[in-house]
Unconditional design. Structure first.
Length: 457
């Protein structure tokens, strides 16, 4: 029997990849981050966000070197495999898989909750299930169609955030933003510093999953040129939006009223323009685009990660199958979706450390992301030493300072997350331990070759 082809369709340009980079993350500008105010206050959370944003900028400028040198669908898995062998690859690959498989159920439930507000008779879980079925199907029918859709909804979502800032700007008062800005604690006192560290996951939510562009690198027409443009413009776009949304929302009134809500932007706009304003209705309706952009993009990411792990022998070969017509990893797409749908229907049935399952799986996704950041920066240093002649169309600026800063910040964030979420960390560590054991047992004798771009391309 002829082995199925494992070559993905190459049809994405830099604009498509920018749409994926921003779209993967942009739901984090709409909800989730404001819980950081409850931990640290506006000023404390501002400190946290500045530190996390600096980490992500340094990380992306460094990570781009790996993505252009090794443009593989596995992304961090492929880099770690080349740098550290099967054990390191298992750590990076499964950590990335946890991040990308566990983030979509939370976003799907947010989509369902949003639609339930507009249509109270609609079951949020049924709406979340419908979202999975719709966007898994869209991902399967072709990467160019999926990426074009992602680009369109991302542009709409970015435009909406700019509209939000413009509408609430006249009501902005610095005194509103700074009122009890350290959550009632002494500035940089022990309690305030504790709040700054406790707020780290919510600042990471502003940027979580941007690295997913690496998993579409194998489908880029000119990865050497397109990936750096997409990554750098993407992280700068998200940084500007994160600070703009946070500052304007916090300065529009009493920020404490927004610190425990899933919809801080509509509530901030409501107190500026009133309940009946057309601006408010536009924000509420178009806010769905931000959620859809991230949900759809992360489905694209987890499918490529499952595909790459299977192609290299770390998962059953079944998951590396491509659709015979569309050349997309349809089995991987459906498999990750089944896990997410199971999580949706387990919500409110399972709790971990007093948190809902949704909150717990978001924290689990952050653990996966930080682990992947650490292994990726370590791989960058290792490959610089072990393969100095590896073609690198893009080289990390300020090497070794920028990647060292990103590595150190990721370690600090990971340690803080462990301190504040010990039980979830224990579950994450157990899952990673099983992954490493399985990798040692499997020990693929001949992993899929890692291609590098033609320097003359």
């Amino acid at each position: 029997m002829q082995a199925p082809s494992t070559g993905l369709d190459k049809s994405l340009n830099a604009f498509h990849l920018w749409g994926i980079a921003v779209g993967l993350v942009i739901s984090g500008e709409y909800f989730g981050w404001s819980y950081g105010w409850a931990q640290a206050g506006t000023l404390g959370f501002l400190v946290t966000t500045i530190a996390v944003a600096a980490m992500y900028v340094a990380f992306i400028f460094s990570f781009t070197e790996l993505t252009t040198a090794i443009p593989q669908a596995g992304g961090p898995f492929a880099y770690a495999l080349r740098a550290f062998g099967p054990t390191g690859a298992a750590i990076a690959g499964y950590a990335t898989l946890i991040e990308f498989v566990f983030a979509p159920p939370a976003i799907a439930l947010a989509i369902g909750a949003y639609l339930n507000v507009q249509y109270p008779g609609l079951d949020p879980k049924l709406a979340a299930l419908g979202a999975y079925l719709l966007f898994m199907g869209l991902n399967i029918v072709g990467v160019r169609i999926a990426a074009t859709f992602e680009l369109v909804v991302t542009v709409i979502a970015v435009g909406e955030l700019l509209v939000f800032m413009g509408v609430v700007a006249p009501a902005f008062r610095l005194a509103n933003f700074t009122a009890e800005g350290w959550a009632g604690q002494d500035a940089f006192g022990p309690a305030a510093i504790g709040g700054i560290f406790a707020a780290i996951p919510f600042a990471i939510w502003f940027f979580l999953a941007i690295e997913g562009v690496a998993m579409a690198a194998e489908e880029a027409r000119e990865p050497k040129r397109a990936i750096p443009v997409a990554y750098i413009t993407g992280v700068l776009t998200l940084t500007a939006l994160a600070f703009g949304v946070m500052v304007f929302a916090g300065g529009s009134g009493d920020w404490k009223a927004l610190s425990d809500l899933n919809d801080p932007l509509p509530q901030a706009m409501k107190r500026v323009v009133g309940d009946s304003s057309g601006w408010l209705h536009m924000l509420v309706w178009l806010g769905l685009f931000g959620l859809v952009a991230s949900f759809h993009g992360i489905i694209m990411g987890y499918a490529r990660q499952i595909f790459a792990l299977a192609r290299a022998g770390f998962l059953p070969a079944l998951f590396a199958r491509l659709h015979p017509r569309f050349r997309t990893p349809h089995v991987a797409t459906l498999t990750g979706g089944l896990v997410g749908i199971a999580a949706i229907y387990s919500d409110h049935l399972v709790s971990i450390a007093g948190q809902s399952l949704t909150a717990s799986i978001v924290t689990m996704a952050v653990f996966g992301a930080l682990t992947m950041y650490v292994t990726s920066m370590a791989a960058l240093f290792r490959l610089r030493r072990s393969e100095p002649d590896l073609p690198r169309p893009y080289r990390a600026p300020l090497y070794p300072l920028a990647p060292a800063f990103a590595l150190a910040m990721a370690v600090i964030c990971l340690m803080a997350l462990v301190i504040y979420n010990p039980l979830i960390f224990a579950l994450f560590a157990a899952a990673m331990g099983v992954a490493v054991v399985l990798a040692r047992i499997a020990q693929p004798a001949a992993p899929a070759p890692v291609s590098t771009p033609d320097p003359a391309a």
